[in-house]
Design a protein. Sequence first.
Length: 153
Amino acid sequence: MAADNISGHQEPEEVAQEAEKPLPNGYRQGVITAISVILGFSLYFVRFWALEAAGDWTLMSFLASVPTFLSIACLSIALWRSLQVADDNERVYRRTLQWFLWGVVFSLLGVLTASVSSTYASDESTDAKVGLLQKASVTGKAMINLGDAAGPD
């Protein structure tokens, strides 16, 4: 950090040098990889939990989806910022890391809320999930039996 003068303020040249300080090699590549991994996890989680999981939407499941979608938004902004040329500047890079941190926090909050939502789901939705699994099991057995009935040609 630049030395302060007697009045406690930095000289404009020193502030400009600090503001234009480039990142060491490898920092941007590492954060781009980390953002991509967490963003991929969040998108996959939304796909499974919000679109493919059995059961009805409740207030708790809706509340669990809000931080997950906020996470995707924050991580998308962080990824966009990290791909910009200006992100090679340390000050801009720190702001990108803040977006990334909030994306991770929202992602964890969404997963935890979804876990609580699934744990305290009503018995009806649990019965629906069991019924769906039983139907899938019967259908799978029927398909195996049909395959055996056809026999070799």
